[in-house]
Design a protein around this ligand. Structure first.
Ligand SMILES: Cc1ncc(COP(=O)(O)O)c(C=O)c1O
Length: 468
């Protein structure tokens, strides 16, 4: 039966043991005993070996998603007589091994800081396949990027033109650059907003584009590749991408009178299903609709279609990841909402906002399942919460779990591959979980679990072996 505290979109599943392929990684399944398996490894075995909480990445799913993204944009571009470069937005999930998967799949990688650049370079991906973003790149970061021969740097403000040109000149190199434009289009899930200028820090105003591109072109050590826009994230519908592309192409067409503009980068932001209520447009359809709108606009403007670039992150990493937690305490909380008193079961796990900040940051919704066993008990509305000293420390705000969920059960939270490990913290001095990749050929630790010794080792007042 529906719990009145549940949001309208949450429909109790008839069978809470079903692993819905729209939300869970492609190899996730239950074995004959009912235990959740990912990459052929059981949840209990994973936790026994690597601890709890644990980030689990389905490597086969991740790699398939890399190839699918490359194919979706590549095929759409080819159909319209151009090409598309796909950068994996590494902020979603970054480890050296992940960059190797990206490299092997033939994608490029987008980084936003010196730290992300260091990881990409440590993985051995060629510099030319790296794009550097960021709205406040330091001279040191720019210097490291140029000396690593990164393929492109995305300029985010007028100040950066001189900064990048001076470093390129000092190193005797010519650096390819894009200019990030604040298109005025902001999109999130179902809606988009188109204003003259969106009120945020990224990019430059459309009215400044001509002057700044002229400035870039005046520097012999800079090579202008084209414009860039990124309109938001977790976007389900194509309209915002099309609106931004059309705005950028009008500027792009004007710039052609002053020189070559070989490329156009339309960023990332493609949405995924976190719950059964999420219905994003499939990526291949999204790619086809965007590229055909680009082609139509180019025809209207009488220009040839530029080479395209895209930067998907979440749509590759998100669905491939699952977080495993152990249940510690359980509380039934009576709530009176309007006329009807109802119960919400609070299930506390051994992690929380330190391993998944998204519910606290964006009120993000997730789906949860019993991982260590199946159950035929009826559904209970649960809120899965962490162990931090914040009432907003929520992992799964609304879902149903079997009502016999018990202490020491393992829970799995779906679609945590993107922006969970990357946004993790040590709040309350919790140690960050390991990240493991599972595949039929074996399990690989991508990042080991942190220890309390790791945390103490940065404390300058800590004297090993002595209390106080
Ligand atoms: C410039 C840029 N490109 C790409 C992305 C990736 O977005 P997503 O993971 O939603 O695809 C982001 C995310 O913030 C971004 O800022």
């Amino acid at each position: 039966m529906r719990n009145p505290l549940a949001p309208q979109w949450l429909v109790p599943a008839k069978d809470l043991n079903i692993v819905d392929a729209r939300i869970w990684p492609r190899t996730a399944t239950r074995d004959s005993q009912g235990e959740l398996q990912i990459g052929g490894v059981g949840a209990r075995e994973l936790v026994r070996r690597h601890g709890s909480p644990l980030y689990v990445i389905d490597q086969e799913d991740f790699e398939a998603r890399l190839l699918a993204a490359k194919r979706a944009f590549g095929d759409a571009a080819q159909k319209h007589g151009t090409s598309a470069k796909v950068y994996y937005a590494s902020k979603a999930l970054l480890t050296t091994e992940v960059v190797r998967w990206v490299d092997q799949a033939g994608l490029s990688v987008d980084v936003s800081t010196g730290g992300e650049l260091a990881v990409a370079l440590a993985a051995g991906i060629p510099g030319e396949r790296i794009g550097l973003h960021g709205n406040n790149k330091s001279l040191v970061e720019i210097g490291r990027a140029i000396s690593a021969d990164v393929g492109v740097i995305v300029i985010d403000s007028e100040l950066e033109i001189e900064r990048i040109a001076s470093v390129a000149t000092a190193q005797g190199k010519t650096q390819a650059v894009r200019l990030r434009v604040n298109s005025g289009v902001h999109a999130h899930t179902h809606e988009y907003l188109a204003t003259a200028r969106e009120d945020q820090k990224f990019g430059i105003a459309t009215s400044d584009v001509a002057d700044l591109v002229a400035k870039i072109r005046s520097h012999s050590h800079l090579r202008f590749l084209g414009l860039h826009s990124h309109i938001g994230s977790q976007i389900f519908v194509v309209d915002g991408f099309i609106a931004a592309a059309e705005r950028l192409l009008e500027l792009h067409a004007q710039l052609l009178s002053g020189g070559d503009v070989p490329e156009l980068n339309l960023g990332g932001g493609f949405g995924i299903s976190y719950t059964e209520a999420d219905h994003p447009m499939p990526l291949s359809e999204m790619a086809e609709r965007i590229v055909s709108a680009v082609a139509a606009k180019c025809e209207e403007l009488g220009i040839s279609i530029p080479k395209l670039a895209f930067e998907p992150g979440r749509v590759i990493a998100g669905p491939a990841g699952v977080t495993l937690y152990s249940v510690g305490t359980i509380k039934d909380v009576q709530v009176t909402e309007g006329q009807s008193p109802a119960t919400r079961k609070y299930v506390s796990v051994d992690g929380g906002m330190s391993d998944n900040a998204r519910p606290a940051l964006y009120e993000a919704e997730y789906s949860v399942a019993l991982a260590s066993r199946s159950s035929s008990a009826t559904g209970a509305l649960v809120r899965v919460v962490g162990k931090h000293c914040e009432s907003g420390d929520i992992v799964v705000r609304n879902d149903y779990l079997p009502s016999d969920v018990a202490v020491n059960d393992l829970l799995a939270v779906a679609a945590t591959g993107a922006y969970c490990f990357s946004l993790s913290s040590n709040y309350n001095f919790l140690t960050r979980p390991a990240v493991v990749a599972v595949k039929a050929s074996g399990t690989k630790v991508l990042v080991r679990a942190e220890t309390e010794q790791d945390l103490l080792s940065r404390d300058a007042g800590y004297k090993q072996g002595k209390a106080g």
